[in-house]
Design a protein around this ligand. Structure first.
Ligand code: HXC
Ligand code: NAP
Length: 284
């Protein structure tokens, strides 16, 4: 669907690019000609992704940094500019999350997730936004949030993440208005469940819960990475120039399934529907 040179000339800074969906986005962006700069705390996965991109003839570099630390983010931004001359796109993908009963959470547990997701996304946005405004270059930001933030529904047992992602979404809509005059576009993607080691190991409480989550999805499956990365490519491309401040849900209608009052009627077998329909037909 996409021209293989569509990201030629682009330079993308992506947090959490060593694993999971971040890795998949980095590979897809690079396959379309983008130069990709990835950041995260652990060197090994970042190095591996860069080697994979370079092995396929692409350009990639990395820097280890903790997005909770603004000075470290500034240093990573400097490094990315030194590497590629400039950066035109930021993807705030790094996140921390776990399931816990909220009354058992320590203050540090709450602050840890807020620090990575909300403060981290702000730090990167600020670091690149300031540069783009000073250079008058414009820019493009994509934030990866979650359906439980984008629907205002929240979610039990992931309260720090729900609060943090809701904050990132508020930053998305706020800055879309404030920074449009600088030609900085900012959008979000709200994924439903996409299998990754990071999310699955922390959030899928059991095999049974995983099966339940899949069964509950109207499409009876989880997301495929290329489905999310293709959406990211589109939103970051020139084809989406007029989309600003938007959050696109990609979840197979999972959250809608939970929202409708009568959705649980999905449990009714056809035979019961047929009985009800026959009874109504007899009456009329
Ligand atoms: C309760 C927990 C906890 C848990 C950690 N803590 N895990 N509390 N239940 N399961 C507490 C610790 O006790 C500590 O508090 C505080 O949190 C910080 O923990 P550390 O281990 O010191 O933090 P750190 O090493 O910085 O690691 C951060 C992390 C970790 C968030 C805890 O899980 C991580 O590195 N995650 C990164 C990757 C990730 O989470 N990926 C999933 C993204 S999926 P005290 O008080 O003891 O000091 C996603 C959306 C999925 O976001 C949507 C649905 C599918
Ligand atoms: P993941 O593989 O665990 O990705 C998280 C990444 O963030 C890791 O590469 C991690 O690398 C990095 N990271 C964490 N803390 C960091 C910090 N303090 N500083 C810098 N980097 C940090 O999980 P994923 O499933 O791919 O998640 C990617 C994004 O999708 C997240 O925003 C997540 O909330 C969102 N999402 C995922 C799902 C899903 O079903 N998978 C659903 C909804 C939303 P290091 O540990 O090396 O730092």
């Amino acid at each position: 669907m996409f021209d293989k040179n569509m990201f030629k000339g682009r330079a993308i800074f992506l947090t959490g690019g060593g694993t999971g969906l971040g890795r998949s986005m980095a590979l897809h962006f690079a396959s379309l000609g983008a130069r990709v700069f990835i950041a995260g705390r652990r060197e090994e996965p970042l190095k591996e992704v860069c080697a994979e991109i370079q092995g396929a003839g692409g350009e990639a570099a990395y820097f280890t940094c903790d997005v909770r630390d603004y000075a470290a983010v500034e240093a990573a931004a400097d490094k990315a500019y030194a590497q590629f001359g400039a950066i035109d796109t930021l993807v705030n993908n790094a996140a921390g999350n776990f399931i816990a009963r909220t009354e058992k959470l320590s203050a540090n547990a709450f602050n840890t997730v807020i620090g990575i997701v909300l403060n981290g996304s702000f730090h990167c946005t600020q670091a690149f936004g300031k540069r783009w405004i000073a250079e008058k270059s414009g820019g493009n930001i994509l934030n990866i949030v979650t359906t439980y933030a984008s629907t205002n529904a929240g979610s039990a047992f992931v309260v720090p993440s729900a609060c943090a992602k809701a904050g990132v979404l508020a930053m998305t809509t706020s800055l879309a208005v404030e920074w449009a005059k600088y030609r900085i576009r900012i959008n979000a993607i709200a994924p439903g469940p996409f299998p990754t080691e990071g999310a699955w190991s922390r959030l899928m409480a059991s095999k049974q819960f995983e099966e339940h989550a899949k069964e509950k999805n109207p499409m009876k499956r989880f997301g495929r990475h290329e489905e999310l990365t293709s959406l990211a490519v589109f939103l970051l491309s020139d084809m989406a120039e007029y989309i600003n401040g938007e959050c696109v849900v990609i979840d197979g209608a999972q959250w809608l399934r939970g929202a409708g009052e009568f959705n649980d009627l999905l449990m009714l077998p056809d035979s019961v529907w047929e009985q009800m329909e026959a009874a109504r037909a007899k009456k009329s």
